[in-house]
Design a binder for this molecule. Structure first.
Ligand code: ADP
Ligand code: GLC
Length: 484
C-alpha cells in the first residue's frame, strides 16, 4: 500500500493545457513524487483541450448542484506519463474558446470566481468525509489562487484532511468583490483579516495562505523575498506571521521532455560531450526567424509571457544598441499588446538581426533554447523560472536579473567561478537597462573567447535540475503536515 496519498489540485497541467510554468510543474512533480512512492493524483478542469486529449476515462463521480454550482462530473483517466488524473467536467464553466483564465480578447472570464470556486470546492469535497470516491487522499496540495479556496472550504468541512498551498506567483491573487463570498457559500465570519478578506475584497490566494496547514513556494530565495514589502504584494505581513510554516523548494524540470540529446523538435540533437550539433540548431533558428546566417554573431534567445514581471521592456529598449555589438535576437512570446507591437516594430526596423514570433509554440520554444547562444531573462521578480533551467540544460547560458529563483539556479560568471567550474550564466543587480546591457556585454565578450565559452556551456549542461531532490523535499513537507 502506498505510504501517502495526495490530491494535486491545479488549474493547468502539461501537456493537456499550458499557459506557463505552473503547467510544467503540475506535469512533472506528480510523476516525480510517484517515483518515490507517493500516490499522487491530479485534479484539473475539463477545458476543451483537456477533454479532447483525455483518450480513455471513466466517470468517477457526479456532483448535482453542489452548493448551487452547475452540475459537474468527475472523470478519471491517466496522463501520458501514467499519472492518474481527475478531470472536472462542467461544460458551462470550462468548455469554451479562449484560454483557461481569459477570453480571446485577453480579458479575464467574468465568471472566474465560479469557475475556480467549483474547482476549489470539489478538491475540498474529495478531502472530506463527503467524498464520493473510494480513494481518500491524506492531504490536498493546492497550487496558486485558482485552488486557494480549497483550504478555506476544508476548514469548514467535516472530516477534512490537511492542505498544502504552493505559491507559484504572488502577483496573481484571485481578487473578487465581497459579495462573491455568499455566492461561493463561505460563511460571512471568514470575511475578516483572519480569513479570506484582503483590503476589503475576497482573495482566493489569501484564503489559501491563511487556512492551509503549510505554505510552500517555488524557490528558497523567493520564500524570503515575499516576506518583505518590495515583493510581498501586500501579503508580507501574513507570510511573515506564517514563516515557520513556509518552505521554499526549487522547481525541477522534466529531463525527458527537455533533453537536447533526444529532443524531437531539434534540427540536430547534441550532448555535453558532443556539442557540435548546437551550431546546426543555431542555423535552423536563424533561417526560421529570417535572421542573417552568421554563425559567429552571438544569438540571444527569449521565450516568455510579455508582462511587466518579465522585464522585457528593458531588453526592447536596448535592442537597437545590441544589434551594433553585434548580436542577434530571437524572441517568442505573447501578452501585453504594447510590448508585442514594440517587438514587432523592432523586427521590421532591424531585419536579419531581430526575429520575433508573437504566439505560443512549444516547438519553437525548444528550438530557441537549443539554437540561441545565450538566453535572456531580465525578470523584475521571478518566483522560480523554468526557462533559465531549460537553457542551462541546453548549453545556452542565461543572462538574468538577480531575483527570486534566478538567484538560486544561476551562478554568475566571474574569473573565480569559471575557474572552479561553477559559472553558469550572467547575473545583474539593479533593475535598469544599463545594467542589463552590461551583463549582455560581459556575455558577448566571453563568447568571443571560445575556449572559455565552451567551458561555461559545459558547466551549464552538467548541472542537475531533475525533480528528484525537490520531490523528496515536498514529501518531507507532506509528512510534517501529517505529523508522521
Ligand atoms: P512563467 O510561468 O512565469 O511564465 P516560467 O519560466 O516558470 O515562467 O515558465 C514558462 C513556461 O512557459 C516555460 O515552459 C516556457 O517555455 C513556456 N512559455 C512561455 N511563453 C511561451 C510561448 N510564447 N510559447 C511557448 N512556450 C512558452
Ligand atoms: C509561475 C512563476 C514562475 C515559476 C512557475 C512555476 O508562473 O512566474 O517563476 O517558475 O510559476 O512554479
Amino acid at each position: 500500500m502506498a505510504e501517502l496519498k495526495v490530491l494535486f489540485a491545479t488549474s493547468e497541467v502539461a501537456p493537456l493545457i499550458k499557459t506557463g510554468g505552473l503547467a510544467d510543474v503540475s506535469g512533472a512533480l506528480p510523476a516525480a513524487l510517484r517515483a518515490i512512492g507517493v500516490d499522487v493524483r491530479v485534479l484539473v478542469p475539463g477545458y476543451n483541450p483537456v477533454m479532447s486529449q483525455l483518450a480513455q476515462h471513466g466517470v468517477a463521480a457526479t456532483f448535482d448542484g453542489l452548493l448551487g454550482f452547475p452540475s459537474a462530473r468527475l472523470l478519471s483517466g491517466k496522463m501520458a506519463n501514467d499519472v492518474p488524473v481527475f478531470v472536472l467536467d462542467c461544460p458551462s464553466l470550462y468548455q469554451r474558446g479562449g484560454g483557461p483564465y481569459q477570453n480571446t480578447s485577453g480579458h479575464d472570464w467574468a465568471d472566474n470566481a465560479q469557475r475556480f470556486g467549483l474547482l476549489s470546492k470539489v478538491a475540498a469535497v474529495l478531502g472530506s468525509s463527503a467524498s464520493p470516491l473510494n480513494w481518500h487522499p491524506d492531504l490536498i496540495h493546492c497550487n496558486d489562487w485558482q485552488t486557494g479556496l480549497t483550504p478555506a472550504y476544508l476548514h469548514f468541512a467535516q472530516g477534512a484532511v490537511p492542505s498544502v498551498m504552493t505559491i507559484h506567483n504572488l502577483a496573481f491573487q484571485g481578487i473578487f468583490p465581497p459579495a462573491t463570498l455568499a455566492k461561493l457559500h463561505l460563511p460571512p465570519s471568514c470575511f475578516s483579516i483572519n480569513g479570506v478578506e484582503f483590503f476589503g475584497s475576497l482573495s482566493f490566494l489569501k484564503a489559501g495562505m491563511f487556512y492551509a496547514d503549510h505554505i510552500t513556494t517555488v524557490s528558497p530565495n523567493y520564500a524570503k523575498e515575499i516576506q518583505q514589502e518590495a515583493l510581498g504584494f501586500g501579503m508580507q505581513g501574513l507570510l511573515t506571521t506564517r514563516r515557520a510554516s513556509l518552505t521554499g523548494i526549487l522547481n525541477g524540470i522534466d529531463t525527458d521532455e527537455w533533453d537536447p540529446a533526444s529532443d524531437k523538435y531539434l534540427a540536430k540533437t547534441y550532448n555535453n560531450t558532443h556539442m557540435t550539433g548546437k551550431a546546426a540548431n543555431k542555423e535552423a533558428l536563424q533561417s526560421k526567424l529570417g535572421l542573417n546566417l552568421e554563425p559567429d554573431v552571438p544569438l540571444l534567445g527569449v521565450v516568455s509571457r510579455f508582462t511587466e514581471q518579465k522585464g522585457l521592456d528593458l531588453l526592447l529598449e536596448i535592442a537597437p544598441l545590441l544589434t551594433k555589438l553585434p548580436v542577434q535576437l530571437a524572441m517568442l512570446g505573447s501578452g501585453d499588446a504594447q510590448m508585442q507591437k514594440t517587438a514587432r516594430d523592432l523586427s521590421h526596423l532591424y531585419p536579419g538581426k531581430i526575429g520575433v514570433v508573437i504566439g505560443f509554440s512549444e516547438e519553437l520554444s525548444h528550438q530557441i533554447e537549443a539554437g540561441a547562444d545565450m538566453f535572456v531573462m531580465p525578470s523584475r521578480f521571478e518566483p522560480c523560472g523554468l526557462n533559465q533551467l531549460y537553457s542551462q540544460r541546453y548549453g545556452t547560458p542565461p543572462i538574468v536579473h538577480a531575483t527570486g529563483g534566478l538567484v538560486d539556479s544561476v551562478v554568475d560568471c566571474t574569473a573565480a567561478t569559471l575557474k572552479d567550474g561553477t559559472a553558469s550564466g550572467f547575473m545583474f543587480s539593479g533593475m535598469n537597462a544599463e545594467n542589463l546591457f552590461d551583463a549582455i556585454q560581459r556575455a558577448v565578450d566571453l563568447y568571443h573567447d571560445q575556449r572559455k565559452w565552451k567551458a561555461l556551456c559545459k558547466n551549464c549542461m552538467s548541472k542537475d535540475f531533475s525533480w528528484e531532490s525537490s520531490a523528496e523535499a515536498y514529501r518531507v513537507v507532506y509528512l510534517k503536515v501529517l505529523g508522521r
